[in-house]
Design a protein around this ligand. Structure first.
Ligand code: TYD
Length: 131
């Protein structure tokens, strides 16, 4: 499965914690877009798509959520429960974000601009494309 967990370095002192992320240094792509989501209720499932080429890193910078990942052959669930934990998701990976906690804020770093034509939103079409 084309996923990877990044434990970003926390630089902390008595003033608090700072986590730097630098494109092509501690993440593997250039960032063209950043978006974030909040006010997502616990019973809501987001995502439910794959991308043809897009690479992304998901970081839950407040609260927590879970991510179901599926490459058409196997599935796994990642708990985004630390503010310095980044989940890299490569192309052709189905993802569903769920069980958002109160006050969860999910930040996504993306390797490209928003392009609807890069999405595969139909699960059966996703399975056809990967198998
Ligand atoms: P959507 O893809 O449904 O969010 P997710 O799958 O991550 O839960 O996106 C919600 C709406 O926002 C949809 O109308 C597309 C739009 N959108 C943008 O305009 N730009 C973006 O960068 C993203 C990710 C979504």
């Amino acid at each position: 499965m084309d996923i990877k967990l990044y434990n970003f370095k926390e630089i902390g002192d008595y003033r608090g914690v700072l986590v730097p992320i630098e494109q092509l240094k501690n993440i593997p792509f250039e960032i063209k877009r950043i978006y974030y989501m909040y006010d997502t209720k616990k019973e809501i499932v987001r995502g439910k798509h794959a991308h043809k080429t897009l690479q992304q890193i998901l970081i839950c910078i407040n609260g927590q959520c879970k991510v179901l990942l599926d490459d058409g052959k196997e599935k796994s669930v990642v708990n985004l429960d630390r503010r310095n934990l980044g989940l890299y998701i490569g192309p052709n990976t189905w993802r569903e974000m769920f069980e958002f906690s109160e006050e969860a804020v999910l930040v996504v770093l993306a390797s490209d601009y928003y392009k609807e034509e890069d999405y595969i939103r139909d699960y059966n079409k996703f399975l056809e494309s990967v198998n």
